[in-house]
Design a protein around this ligand. Structure first.
Ligand SMILES: Nc1ncnc2c1ncn2[C@@H]1O[C@H](COP(=O)(O)OP(=O)(O)OP(=O)(O)O)[C@@H](O)[C@H]1O
Ligand SMILES: [Mg+2]
Length: 465
């Protein structure tokens, strides 16, 4: 059975409360019963005990006058009671019993106990009487001898009527209490669940199209408020990732469109009339460049999406830093020469770091390539690497254009280029640093940038040992 939370809570509330009230009522009933019986028994006992003060009269089967007085002054006689004296054989002597029945016999087992010196309280159902009679059979003992037996008893009318009234009160109170519990429980649970209903209905209205909406509302600073705030921050994160996805698609289409348009143009030119084989060769050469560019973009994007999905295969091993840097610089030699840039390498000898060789090559290639690209002609590049106990710090410093403070945060974004027109000509996608950041994250390293416009930029990466 599928119940709503509200119904479940109310049911639990009622069941729990009913059990409590029930246990409470039963306890009250039994306490009251015990109290009523013990007060009656005390009354019977005090009448009998007086008889022990007149052993002579008892022996002669006569009731002492103080007992008679006590008996006749008590309220016992109203609804039927007994007071009589028995000898040790069970014969009845003096008898003030006022029951509407004759010959109320002495029970043998009770008599036997009394002759053993034990007093017995017992309830008797007597035919013709509405209520049982409670009788105390009390042996009167003097100097170790049983002189006689007193039997004093009274109707249980008062006790039973009182208990009956109590049952009526308690059982009529029970449904009233359950009713009150239901009303209060309903009210409390409903008011507790109301904000959840508000959150649910608002959350239902929010979809990919209106992620600007918020749950908002004035929720108290408790679990419910926290729930609403969590929803809002989740919606905010969703919006951010939707936005970045949209931005990404727009950027990718933009990046792919340019080389495709160039390719199309070149092919159209080639098809327009006959050309010499040299002209065809030139067109094909330039087309090939655009195709390489397209391939490059696609491969880079593939790498980035893999990195984002955490699917990059990562082979950690010991790498000699100097060797790594030299191998990265090798393919950049002609580029350095072209720009007439001098390189200064200062790496601690036999410095070893842990990481993935290919990924680290890619990282340093991207940084050093930038250091050449954004340098001035005849500029300098300083590459340093050293160990500081807990980290290996590698820095790449150039004497180039520098980066304005406002742009520092953005340069790691996908497709972000500070000077769009310029870098486009030089074949940049604005992906190099985004890839670098992913590789840094994979190695749980940190990157810091110090840059001064028109003076140069320094990237410092700290790899934990
Ligand atoms: N050493 C640097 N000096 C000055 N500006 C830099 C430097 N490195 C990066 N930048 C700026 O940050 C931007 C982003 O760099 P990133 O390497 O991500 O892209 P890119 O070099 O333009 O293209 P790609 O690396 O994809 O070929 C660059 O366009 C450039 O404006
Ligand atoms: Mg770059």
């Amino acid at each position: 059975m599928h119940l709503k939370t509200k119904t479940k809570l109310i049911l639990l509330f009622i069941i729990f409360f009913t059990i409590i009230v029930f246990v409470f009522s039963i306890s009250i009933y039994y306490l009251m019963r015990k109290e009523l019986y013990s007060s009656l028994d005390n009354k019977l006992l005090s009448i009998s005990q007086l008889s022990a003060e007149s052993p002579f009269l008892i022996y002669n089967q006569n009731l002492p006058s103080n007992i008679k007085n006590l008996y006749s002054n008590s309220d016992m006689q109203r609804s039927g009671s007994i007071l009589r004296i028995l000898d040790t054989s069970g014969n009845i002597g003096s008898d003030l019993t006022n029951l509407n029945v004759k010959d109320f016999p002495v029970k043998k087992d009770v008599l036997k106990k009394a002759l053993d010196g034990i007093m017995v309280f017992q309830n008797y159902n007597i035919e013709g009487l509405k209520y049982p009679i409670r009788i105390l059979t009390y042996p009167v003992i003097s100097d170790g001898y049983i002189l006689g037996i007193i039997q004093v008893g009274t109707s249980l009318e008062f006790v039973m009527e009182s208990l009956k009234k109590l049952i009526i009160v308690l059982s009529s109170l029970l449904p009233i209490l359950i009713g009150i519990t239901f009303i209060f429980g309903y009210y409390i649970i409903d008011s507790v669940l109301l904000p959840i209903r508000v959150i649910t209905s608002k959350a239902k209205q929010i979809s990919a199209e209106n992620l600007n909406e918020k749950i908002g509302g004035n929720f108290p600073d408790d679990e419910i408020g926290e729930l609403a705030a969590t929803f809002d921050s989740m919606i905010k994160r969703l919006k951010e990732s939707f936005d970045s996805l949209n931005q990404f698609s727009a950027d990718v289409s933009h990046e792919l469109r340019t080389p495709l348009t160039i390719l199309q143009g070149e092919v159209e030119i080639a098809l327009r009339g006959d050309r010499s084989s040299n002209e065809y060769r030139d067109i094909l050469k330039s087309s090939l460049e655009e195709i390489k560019r397209l391939q490059n973009i696609v491969e880079t994007l593939l790498f980035l999406s893999k990195a984002e999905a955490g699917k990059i295969v990562y082979n950690k091993k010991d790498i000699e830093v100097l060797e790594l840097i030299v191998s990265v610089i090798y393919p950049l030699k002609s580029y350095l020469k072209e720009r007439n840039i001098t390189l200064d390498i200062d790496v601690e000898p036999s410095l070893i770091m842990k990481g993935d060789e290919n990924l680290l090559k890619q990282l340093f290639y991207n940084l050093i390539h930038n250091a050449i690209k954004y340098n001035r002609d005849n500029g300098k590049i300083f590459i340093k690497a050293s160990s500081s106990g807990k980290f290996i710090n590698v820095s790449i410093e150039d004497t180039g254009s520098g980066i304005k403070k406002d742009f520092l945060e953005k340069i790691f974004d996908r497709f972000y280029r500070v000077d769009k027109s310029r870098t486009r000509d030089e074949g940049g996608f604005g992906l190099g640093l985004n890839i670098a950041k992913k590789i840094i994250d994979i190695h749980t390293a940190k990157i810091d940038i110090q840059s001064e416009v028109e003076k140069g930029t320094k990237f410092i990466i700290s790899f934990p040992l």
